[in-house]
Design a protein around this ligand. Structure first.
Ligand code: OSB
Ligand code: MG
Length: 368
């Protein structure tokens, strides 16, 4: 595409209920929406940072600054740019993967819309819908958790993931397992433990979980391998897998037997596809993680999750799991426990300009 510029917006969108993880509680989703302005039309992307660097080192104002100061100027320095060239143009800048991913998605969307090609087809999707799992935050107590999970099961979600943290692990998991029998169930610790907690984590073995996600810290790649040998529950990495290379290393060390793939965390949807390719060749199941995406990122995640290596249900839930109002005109809905892969050109969803404007708290346009 011939890039004329980018528009960035910070949005603040209220969540239908506060979302609590081991690292904190959020009631409003703060997110950056990127719009690529090209000679052939616009494209949309989502930078999935949060307001504070609690999940990873990235956060709204850091991504905003990196994008405006370094990333966007590097992209605008090219006369024309194919989506496949974005990562290379941004490679000199260390880190800031969520910012890079959001810009790459905007360029991808613009190029694919112009070519009349759906993102799913471009990425290699082999399904027209994907099984929908739901990520359930920490609740007041295990009884409250059971009621929240019951609601999601009633809606049709095919897999439940509960957030855990020290002191809110075994009893919470036991409550859900006891209430609902053999449902597909997994837990996500978001880095809240250390190897010293191995005995507690081993207690989760009796619940026949699909996996335990990211028990230790992002750079605890060796400790995860040690822990994996102590547990019967498969260890899945989220935060640690920041690139294809990180996945290669984790698989070589035995740090993970399942991988959560999030395009934002790894610097883009193309890097995400490369990780699914790697894992598929290695016989390692992958699933698509979520970052409370708006309709933009949610459409892209549905396309990604439709690739053949995604053999476990992802955190690709309906928009209504987080939002009463989305910024696209046809938000993702749950149909028989699945979310449809959009078939229109590019992301295959249209922006609701009024909703976009209503949620915008900051806006910047950079032109060549
Ligand atoms: O660890 O998967 C995670 C949300 C924000 C940050 C990290 C995570 C999550 C979730 C929500 O679990 C997943 C979703 O968007 O459905
Ligand atoms: Mg996670």
């Amino acid at each position: 595409v011939t890039l004329d510029g980018f528009e960035l917006r910070v949005l603040q969108i209220p969540l239908v209920a506060p979302f609590t993880t081991s690292f904190g509680t959020e009631a409003v989703r703060e997110v950056i929406i990127a719009r690529a302005l090209t000679a052939d039309g616009d494209g949309w992307g989502e930078v999935v940072t949060s307001a504070a660097p609690l999940y990873s080192s990235e956060y709204t104002q850091g991504a905003w600054d990196a994008a405006l100061r370094f990333l966007i100027p590097a992209l605008l320095a090219e006369r024309t740019l194919a989506p496949e060239q974005v990562a290379g143009a941004l490679h000199p800048f260390v880190g800031h993967r969520m910012a890079k991913a959001g810009l790459e998605l905007a360029v991808l969307d613009a190029a694919l819309r112009a070519a009349g090609r759906p993102l799913g087809e471009y990425l290699g999707a082999v399904r027209d819908r994907v099984p929908s799992g739901v990520s359930v935050g920490i609740q007041r107590d295990p009884a409250a958790l059971v009621e929240v999970v019951r609601g999601y099961l009633d809606e049709g979600y095919v897999r439940i993931k509960i957030k855990i943290k020290p002191g809110r692990d075994v009893a919470d998991t036991a409550a859900v397992r006891d209430a609902f029998g053999g449902i597909p169930l997994q837990v996500d610790a978001n880095s809240a433990y250390t190897l010293a907690d191995a005995d507690t984590l081993a207690e989760l073995d009796r619940f026949d979980l699909l996996l335990i996600e990211q028990p230790l810290q992002e750079d605890d790649i060796v400790d995860h391998a040690t822990l994996a040998r102590r547990l019967r529950t498969p260890v899945c990495l989220d935060e640690s897998i920041v690139s294809r290379k990180a996945a290669v290393d984790a698989l070589a060390l035995g740090s993970a037997s399942v991988v959560n793939i999030k395009a934002g965390r790894v610097g883009g949807y193309l890097e995400a596809v490369a990780i699914q390719d790697l894992c598929q060749a290695a016989g390692i199941p992958v699933w698509c993680g979520g970052m409370l995406e708006t309709g933009i990122g949610r459409a892209a995640n549905a396309a990604l999750a439709a690739l053949p290596g995604f053999s476990l249900p992802g955190d690709v839930s309906a928009s209504s799991r987080f939002y009463a109002r989305d910024i696209v005109t046809e938000p993702a809905v749950l149909e028989d426990g699945h979310v449809r892969v959009p078939t229109g050109a590019g992301l295959g969803v249209e922006i609701d300009p009024v909703a976009l404007e209503d949620f915008t708290v900051a806006r910047e346009i950079v032109r060549r």
